[in-house]
Ligand binder design. Structure first.
Ligand code: NAI
Length: 238
């Protein structure tokens, strides 16, 4: 999601309504929990139970689910399979989405080979790279194409989601290319903030950033235990 907008428009065949971005972000979490419950043959769940499993408070869960038009039944809770259907429908997961991966390096290849994408309905339609020596190799079951072919690929395969897996210094130009080609949403793995038109939805994955947050918590834990941390100014990493 672009930082300049705080809600996302979710369209269904029956209606158009806006769900706050914060709630949209929690829906995939509920989806994963409900899938696990369904696999365990659980048919009903209360908002209290779902809240515990999701690490949220129950009022927030009820509010989130109300955006789907789901209110549960007092004393019974929510029907797991119907809730699954509603969340999938709302997230647009009842159809498959062709995605293109820009960058056929270590990460691009790993993502292309990641079975979890296709299991969730995201089909790797193409992997593109600027390095001619990579073109023609196979990544994620598809032959790597040259990045110059991106506009044609996006149009011919109906791609609306692009994944950026190029070094940071090339990520902005890769993003611009994706946007010019007609992609509306971008998942960016490069450690750089992209500058894109407000209508483009951007999500960012940054493992190093997550680790830095964990290192803060570990440092607090050590401080609380009174463990002296020897700080070496030379070793501080931005
Ligand atoms: P890599 O060097 O193995 O692969 C990068 C690929 O991008 C190369 O094949 C290169 O030819 C290609 N490339 C460069 N410029 C391009 C352009 N303009 N258009 C198309 N292809 C282009 O790098 P690696 O390890 O796969 O990392 C890729 C990116 O992912 C980096 O920005 C890295 O920091 C990031 N990364 C992020 C992680 C995360 O948790 N978010 C984890 C690992 C990597």
């Amino acid at each position: 999601m672009n930082a300049r907008s705080n809600s996302v428009e979710v369209m269904t065949t029956a209606s158009r309504r806006r769900i706050p971005e914060a709630a949209v972000i929690r829906l995939p979490l509920y989806l994963r929990i409900l899938n696990d419950l369904s696999a365990d043959n659980c048919t009903q769940i209360s908002s209290d139970q779902l809240a515990v499993l999701a690490g949220q408070n129950a009022a927030k869960v009820r509010k989130d689910l109300s955006y789907l038009g789901s209110y549960g039944t007092r004393g019974v809770g929510y029907d797991v399979s119907y809730l699954l259907y509603q969340i999938q429908r709302e997230l647009g997961l009842n159809k498959s989405w062709p995605v293109v991966i820009v960058g056929a390096g270590n990460l691009g290849q790993a993502l292309g080979n990641y079975g979890g994408l296709s299991e969730r309905g995201f089909v790797v339609a193409a992997v593109v790279d600027s390095d001619p020596s990579k073109v023609g190799s196979v990544a994620g079951g598809v032959r790597v194409s040259h990045v110059d072919d991106l506009p044609l690929i996006v149009q011919s395969k109906g791609v609306s989601i692009g994944i950026i897996a190029v070094p940071a210094q090339y990520a902005q130009s890769a993003a611009d290319l994706l946007v010019r080609a007609g992609v509306g949403s971008i998942l960016n793995f490069a450690p750089i903030i992209l500058n894109l038109p407000a209508e483009i939805h951007i999500r960012k994955v940054d493992m190093a950033l997550e680790l830095q947050i964990l290192s803060y918590h570990e440092q607090c834990r050590m401080d609380a235990r009174g463990v002296a941390v020897v700080s070496d100014p030379e070793s501080v990493i931005a």
